[in-house]
Ligand binder design. Structure first.
Ligand SMILES: CC(C)(COP(=O)(O)OP(=O)(O)OC[C@H]1O[C@@H](n2cnc3c(N)ncnc32)[C@H](O)[C@@H]1OP(=O)(O)O)[C@@H](O)C(=O)NCCC(=O)NCCS
Length: 163
């Protein structure tokens, strides 16, 4: 079993997987059809980094890491429905955290769907501030994790991210 990798989509197959996973998991599975915009300008902003989680050539999940100063926001985190609850989400957060730390960030933040709160908590995130509605119009919870402290998933330079 190869290690997980977080790659920037470049090929048409990678971009197709990136948008399909987002559309199916974050929109259609929540009853929102014909809403997802694969041409959104936020996905091309210079400090926003779309990433695809890959293992053994399989496209498993997605995240966009938006960096502003020392804060990295994890946006639109999703694992393909048929491979959830097998540790891929945790691997994705580990690699996203490592990417953020390599970029000099000291904090991760995310607006989290209420059903995903335990997943983020299991990775060392805490609830920072309740928000009535997230950007997707669904109930969401604003969560943060300070980096470099010793909480779960901490990145140690020179050691591959735990997958
Ligand atoms: C949330 C999501 C990204 C988690 O990815 P995953 O690959 O399924 O999660 P993992 O297998 O890595 O889970 C790691 C740990 O997180 C916790 N966890 C994950 N999903 C959970 C859930 N639905 N309820 C409670 N705990 C959960 C558990 O502690 C789990 O460990 P365990 O399986 O040994 O109990 C994925 O399930 C998903 O894409 N869900 C739908 C979209 C979504 O909610 N995205 C987040 C938007 S903010």
């Amino acid at each position: 079993m190869d290690a997980h990798k977080l790659v920037t989509p470049t090929t048409s197959s990678e971009w197709e997987s990136f948008h399909r996973i987002r559309r199916e998991v974050l929109f259609e599975a929540r009853g929102q059809f014909g809403v997802y915009d694969s041409q959104h300008t936020d996905d091309r902003a210079p400090n926003n980094h779309p990433k695809l989680l890959v293992q053994n050539g399989e496209h498993l999940g997605v995240v966009r890491i938006d960096i502003e100063g020392r804060v990295a926001a994890l946006r639109r985190v999703a694992i393909r429905a048929d491979v959830q609850r097998r540790g891929h989400g945790r691997a994705l957060l580990n690699l996203a955290q490592r990417f953020a730390q390599d970029a000099g960030c000291t904090q991760l933040v995310s607006s989290v769907a209420s059903e995903a709160v335990p997943f983020y908590q299991s990775f060392g995130f805490g609830v920072a501030q309740e928000r009535a509605l997230g950007s997707s119009g669904r109930d969401s919870v604003f969560m943060t994790k300070r980096l470099g402290g010793g909480s779960a998933g901490r990145y140690t330079p020179g050691v591959a991210a735990e997958t």
